[in-house]
Design a protein around this ligand. Structure first.
Ligand SMILES: C[S@@+](CC[C@H](N)C(=O)[O-])C[C@H]1O[C@@H](n2cnc3c(N)ncnc32)[C@H](O)[C@@H]1O
Length: 471
């Protein structure tokens, strides 16, 4: 078992870098690495060391000898306690530089790659950007009633939030009224969560309730909805149980005006958290993809068609593939609503289980758009490498030794023309870098360009995009 000191200790440290959670990293007198909240590179700080393990320690900064030029005053009074943000003390431009450094470091350290070109970082509004959020609801008698908000940092407690600067102002202003509303329900202790989903003109709230609601509960929700202009949805069990409180309401939707597209969605569907960045991101992805009117394109992990439909306005045909059958049905509906049904096809499939034969079954494509969840697109990249006859048993740098799935010999004797260009959108630079290693060292691609997008300002979350082209 690792030794753990229980007593708090104070120590002055020099901070050299930031870790992936935006904590300052320094070294203590005893030689251990120390991760310090609210400390920035270049600062000499006094840390209160709260945890001590065999090889590392962690704590929080309590005094500063000098302040970094990137340091700013956090806007939100809950910063430091609330787990929603970790970088409000860093200037937004420096946040982007930090995220870009992570991306470049991951490419280099995980796959010995450097993009030929660094794309200009994409930034949007720093505040009020978050149109999706999962708010925890908890009855805490000691705090005087119901709390609604994000978890406290590193804890399962709910932060005592009265406002939130990353939520749109009209949603932030609902936090206190929501406390009162839940407290007035017949079982406030049995309503553990409220999910927010905003469209361009509608705020939808999904109330998770573990007990059936009474008619008076429903009326309270209805009255709240009218007063605050929100649409209530109810969730009594899993995601499939989500229904509107009252049979009909205005459809949630977001627009991609540059492409003349409107995307209807349901509150539990995956949509990008930051609509302003999403618009710029889709436009940039399409510019980098450079689809021609003759091209067949595959959009892997297509969701409700966020990239598929814009691509369909430029290419000959687009196939969207996605794991959720519900999202595939929504994508098809959205294609119909946007009169793009003749340009698109969709398929539901688990893309974490793919081999070269599966890939061939979807047919060759001139271009790929890949937008996976945090785990990345390893199976897909391996399948592509196998289909083009690449070998995965040895690598240029020795770090990637992925094996082909058993029985997946890639059918290398049957010619397969790989996509000439791949635009990969990622919410996890480590899995992007890993997959990039496969595509470049084993698949015959060049990492042409890459860059970051500040999809989640004030969090350490890194969203990025990379472009691969055949050599
Ligand atoms: C980052 S989202 C991108 C969605 C879409 N491209 C967009 O911009 O809205 C990742 C998508 O991958 C899907 N997904 C997650 N795991 C999957 C899997 N194993 N196989 C296929 N799709 C999966 C999710 O349902 C989600 O729609």
């Amino acid at each position: 078992m690792e030794a753990m000191e229980q007593r708090e200790r104070m120590e002055w440290l020099q901070i050299d870098s930031l870790d992936l959670e935006a904590r300052g990293v320094g070294r203590s007198e005893n030689g251990k690495v120390v991760f310090v909240s609210n400390a920035l590179p270049g600062e000499r700080i006094q840390a209160s060391i709260l945890r001590s393990k065999r090889n590392w320690e962690s704590g929080t900064a309590v005094a500063w000898d000098n302040a970094s030029s990137s340091r700013v005053t956090p806007k939100c009074s809950h910063f430091g306690v609330c787990g929603g943000c970790s970088m409000q003390h860093v200037d937004p431009a420096a946040q982007l530089a930090f995220k870009q450094r992570i991306l470049e470091d991951d490419f280099w350290h995980l796959s010995r790659l450097r993009p030929q070109t660094l794309l200009r970082p994409i930034a949007g509004p720093s505040w009020g950007y978050r149109t999706r959020a999962r708010l925890t609801v908890r009855l805490v008698i000691k705090k005087g009633g119901v709390l609604v908000g994000f978890h406290e940092k590193g804890s399962s407690y709910v932060a005592d939030m009265r406002s939130c600067a990353i939520l749109p102002q009209k949603v932030s202003e609902l936090l206190l009224p929501l406390r009162a509303l839940i407290a007035s329900l017949s079982h406030p202790e049995r309503a553990p969560q409220i999910e927010l989903a905003m469209g361009d003109s509608v705020i939808a709230l999904v109330l998770r309730h573990l007990e059936p609601l009474t008619e008076s509960d429903r009326q309270l929700l209805r009255d709240f909805g009218v007063k605050h202009h929100v649409q209530w949805w109810l969730q009594s069990k899993g995601p499939d149980s989500v229904v509107l409180l009252d049979g009909e309401a205005e459809q949630l939707r977001y627009a991609l005006p540059e492409f003349g597209i409107t995307m209807p969605f349901r509150p539990t569907d995956f949509t990008q958290v930051n609509p302003q960045i999403n618009r710029v991101m889709v436009a940039r992805a399409l510019r980098l993809l450079k689809a021609q009117a003759t091209d067949r394109v595959i959009d892997w992990f297509c969701g409700l068609g966020n990239f598929t439909l814009p691509i369909a306005t430029q290419a000959r045909k687009v196939l969207g593939v996605e794991g959720s059958a519900t999202l595939v049905a929504r994508a098809l509906d959205n294609a119909l609503q946007n009169d793009l049904q003749d340009k698109v096809m969709f398929a539901a499939r688990n893309l974490f289980e793919m081999n070269a034969a599966d890939l061939r079954a979807y047919g060759e494509a001139d271009l790929w758009l890949v937008d996976p969840p945090r785990d990345g697109a390893l199976a897909l990249c391996k399948a592509l490498v196998a289909a083009v006859g690449g070998t995965l048993s040895s690598s240029a740098d020795g770090s990637q030794t992925a094996e082909l799935a058993s029985g997946d010999h890639g059918g290398a004797h049957v010619p397969f023309t790989p996509p000439r260009r791949i635009v990969y959108v990622s919410c996890n630079p480590a899995t992007l870098a890993r997959d990039a290693g496969l595509l470049v060292h084993h698949g015959g691609y060049i990492l042409r360009a890459a860059g970051v997008m500040n999809m989640f300002p004030h969090t350490a979350h890194v969203e990025s995009m990379a472009v691969f082209e055949r050599e």
